[in-house]
Design a protein around this ligand. Structure first.
Ligand code: 5RP
Length: 219
């Protein structure tokens, strides 16, 4: 079974978590794109979606799903998003698609975070995937020096400007044994907008597409 089929199966399973008249938080990436495509079938019973990126907004609008401004929504039930890595505590690395800041904001408002991945994304310890950090452009080199002091090897993602007009450093060679602590430490560096560790707000439900179907775990 291909990786894409596993992503698609995980995304289909997530549709079961959508209740009638729901407002949904929608993440970004190839796995979420399958989820957005699946919304076609239940479009009539969704009130709208809060999007985490321009790319997802465009796709939702093409499907005729109303995209709501987060400032006009004070709560909603579920946020569905992919991840680059997820550990057994349902902590994640995100930001491979450079949407980490808006993803973290939308996830913070949602009552339940449903993470959808294929089985290549599950790990025991986070850090094999280079950790994305969104930075204010003028602070890039300063932040890179501070990240080196934390043991990482930051590389500027040169072809990338985020939806917020910022830049991304991808931090290699980290073995993240205490995600909560590192999330806090990197967030505290002046010039960092968001670090792609999702520990303080991890997932509540993890749906993994595998060779044998989907595996669901809950916190
Ligand atoms: C975007 C993200 C994505 O969720 C993450 O990169 C996974 O993407 P994909 O579903 O394409 O593998 O964090 O910023």
């Amino acid at each position: 079974m291909s990786q894409n089929t596993k992503k698609q199966n995980a995304a289909r399973e997530a549709l079961k978590y959508v209740e009638d008249n729901a407002v949904l938080g929608v993440g970004t990436g190839s796995t979420v794109n399958y989820f957005i495509a699946g919304l076609q079938e239940i479009r009539d019973r969704i009130r709208g979606a809060v999007s985490s990126s321009r790319a997802s907004t465009e796709k939702l609008m093409q499907m005729g799903i109303p995209v709501l401004d987060l400032n006009e929504v004070d709560h909603f039930d579920i946020y569905v998003d992919g991840a680059d890595e997820v550990n057994p505590a349902l902590e994640m690395i995100k930001g491979g698609g450079a949407a980490l800041t808006r993803e973290k904001i939308v996830a913070a408002v949602a009552k339940k975070f449903v993470c959808i991945v294929d089985d290549s994304k599950t790990v025991d310890v986070l850090g094999r995937f280079p950790l994305p950090v969104e930075v204010i452009p003028m602070a890039r080199e300063y932040v890179a020096r501070e990240l080196r002091k934390l043991g990482g090897n930051p590389v500027w993602r040169q072809d990338c400007v985020t939806d917020n007009g910022n830049q991304i450093l991808d931090v290699h060679d980290l073995r993240i044994t205490n995600p909560g602590e590192l999330e806090q430490a990197i967030n505290a560096i002046p010039g960092v907008v968001t670090v792609g560790i999702f520990s303080r707000r991890g997932a509540d439900v993890l749906i993994v597409g595998t060779e044998d179907g989907v595996r669901v775990s809950e916190k």
